[in-house]
Ligand binder design. Structure first.
Ligand code: HEM
Length: 423
C-alpha cells in the first residue's frame, strides 16, 4: 500500500470488481447447461471422471466436432464453457498418468478453449476460478451444494472443491469490510477502521475453522495418489518438460501452472490490506498466480496496493487507540494462524503420503492402494515447482512480520488459538 494521504476520491467500493455482497468472489448461480449447439462438449465434460477411468476420454475428445465459440454470449456461459473445456483438458492430458502424457492438445479442444480463455482473460488450463468459484449448484431445496463437473477421486474430489468453496464463502464478511477499512483510512476515521477490522478478524477465524473440514471430507491417500495429478499443470513439471502445444493455435508449446487455491484472490487482498511484504521468490510466485485470476479480481488486488497504508495509519494514529491496534494485530495473527493450519494440512495431504509412497516403492509394492501407484514427478513440489514447505513457511513468516512492533501483549487474552503460528 502507498503512504497515507487525505486526498478525497469517490468512496472505495467492491462494485467494479465483480465481487458480490452475498458470495464474494464465488460466481452467482452458475449455469448448468450451455446452448444446445454445445452439447457435444457437455456430454463429455459431465463424464470426464468415468471416461478417464475407462481410458476412453481421449478417443471421445478426438472425435468431437470443432465448434465455434460465437454463440457463447454471457459471462456465465463463458464460465461454464471454460470449466467444461478445462476439465476435459486435464483429463485428456493426464488420462494415462505421468508416463503417458501427450505433447499436443487436439484442435477440437485447443481452439475453442483458447478462444473462451481469451474472452474471459483466464489462461487455457483449469484454474481456481473454474474448479471452485464456478463449479457449484444447489442439490436440493435445503440449500445443499453439489459440483457441476468433477474429476477422478470420487467423494474426496467433491470434498476438496466444496470445502474450498466454503472457505471462499466464510471470507465474504471479510471482503465486505474492505471498503470500510479503505474509506476509514482515507478519512482518518479510526473508529470505522477498527469496527471493520473486527469483522475481518472474525471472518479470518471462520475461514480457518472451515479449512479444517478438509480433514473430514478428503482422504489424504486419494488426494495424493489419485486426484493431485489432474490438478497439475505443464510448467516446471518433469512429466511435461516442454509444456503443451495447443493445436491450431500456437506452434510452440505453452507452459502453464496447474490449479491451486494460491489462485484465490482472498489472501492476496488481505496481504495487500494488512501490508504483508513477501520475500522476493515467494512473492514472485504469488504474483504470477494473479495471471490465473479473473481480470476484475486481479484489478481489486492491484487497486488495494495503491491505497494509503492501513498499517502506517494504525501506527500513526495509534497513540491511545488501543482498540484500533488490537484489531489490526488480531487480523495479522489470524492470517498467520490460517497459514499455519494450511501448512499442517499440506503436510497431512502431501508430505506424509509422499513419504509413504516412497516407502512402498522402495519395497517394490506397485499394486494395491492409491499410494502404491502415486505419481512421482511432483512428489513434494508445488505448482511453482519448488519445495512446498519452504515456500509456505516463508510466506507465513513474512505475514507474521506485518505485526506492529512491541504490542504482542495486546493479544494475550485471546484464549487458545491466538498464537497458533508457533510451529
Ligand atoms: C488438501 C487441501 C490443500 C492442499 C494439499 C493444498 C496445497 C497447497 C500447496 C502445495 C501450495 C503451494 C503452492 C502451489 O503448489 O500451488 C498451496 C498454496 C496455497 N494454498 Fe493450498 N492446499 C489445500 C487447500 C487450500 C485451501 C482450502 C485454501 C483456501 C482457500 C488454500 C489456500 C492456499 C493459498 C492462499 C496458497 C498460497 C500460499 C499462501 O498465500 O499462503 N489451500 N496449497
Amino acid at each position: 500500500m502507498a503512504t497515507f494521504s487525505t486526498e478525497t476520491k469517490v468512496p472505495f467500493s467492491l462494485d467494479p470488481y465483480h465481487v458480490s455482497a452475498d458470495l464474494g468472489f464465488v460466481l452467482q448461480a452458475p449455469l448448468q447447461e450451455l446452448p444446445e449447439y454445445y452439447q457435444p462438449w457437455m456430454d463429455i465434460a459431465f463424464q470426464v471422471s468415468d471416461l478417464v477411468q475407462s481410458h476412453t476420454l481421449r478417443s471421445h475428445i478426438d472425435k468431437m466436432p470443432l465448434l465455434s465459440v460465437e454463440y457463447l454470449k454471457s459471462h456465465r456461459e463463458l464460465r461454464l464453457a471454460h470449466l467444461a473445456l478445462s476439465a476435459m483438458t486435464m483429463g485428456y492430458v493426464w488420462q494415462e498418468g505421468e508416463d503417458g502424457t501427450i505433447e499436443r492438445l487436439p484442435r477440437t479442444l485447443a481452439v475453442p478453449f483458447w478462444e473462451v480463455s481469451g474472452c474471459l482473460g483466464l489462461p487455457p488450463i483449469l484454474t481456481h476460478a473454474d474448479a471452485v468459484l464456478a463449479n457449484w449448484k444447489k442439490k436440493d431445496a435445503d440449500g445443499n451444494l453439489e459440483l457441476l463437473v468433477t474429476l477422478p477421486g470420487g467423494d474426496s474430489v467433491r470434498g476438496f472443491f466444496m470445502v474450498t468453496l466454503l472457505v471462499e464463502l466464510a471470507a465474504v464478511p471479510a471482503l465486505r469490510s474492505i471498503p470500510a477499512v479503505v474509506n476509514g483510512v482515507r478519512q482518518g476515521d479510526g473508529e470505522a477502521v477498527a469496527s471493520a477490522l473486527e469483522v475481518l478478524q472474525q471472518s479470518l477465524q471462520d475461514m480457518t475453522d472451515t479449512l479444517k473440514l478438509m480433514h473430514v471430507f478428503v482422504e489424504p491417500s486419494i488426494f495424493y495418489g489419485i486426484m493431485r495429478i489432474y490438478l497439475s499443470g505443464w510448467k516446471d513439471n518433469p512429466s511435461m518438460p516442454h509444456g503443451l502445444v495447443y493445436e491450431g493455435v500456437e506452434p510452440e508449446p505453452v507452459q502453464l501452472s496447474g490449479g491451486s487455491a494460491a489462485q484465490s484472490s482472498l489472501l492476496h487482498c488481505f496481504d495487500q490490506l494488512l501490508g504483508v511484504q513477501h520475500e522476493a521468490k515467494s512473492g514472485h510466485f504469488l504474483h504470477r498466480m494473479r495471471d490465473y485470476m479473473l481480470p476484475a479480481h486481479r484489478r481489486l488486488i492491484q487497486d488495494l496496493s495503491r491505497e494509503p497504508s492501513l498499517r502506517d495509519f494504525v501506527q500513526g494514529a495509534r497513540a491511545g487507540d488501543a482498540r484500533l491496534s488490537r484489531a489490526f494485530q488480531l487480523c495479522v495473527t489470524r492470517l498467520v494462524a490460517l497459514r499455519s493450519d494450511h501448512i499442517n494440512m499440506v503436510s497431512r495431504f502431501i508430505s506424509v503420503p509422499a513419504g509413504r509412497a516412497r516407502q512402498l516403492r522402495s519395497q517394490g509394492h506397485t499394486a494395491g492402494g492409491a499410494l502404491s501407484r502415486a505419481p512421482v514427478a511432483l512428489e513434494e513440489r508445488g505448482t511453482g515447482g519448488s519445495g512446498i514447505m519452504t515456500f509456505l513457511k516463508t510466506v507465513r513468516d513474512r505475514t507474521r512480520d506485518a505485526r506492529l512492533p512491541g504490542s504482542s501483549g495486546v493479544l494475550r487474552d485471546q484464549g487458545p488459538g491466538w498464537d497458533e503460528d508457533s510451529q
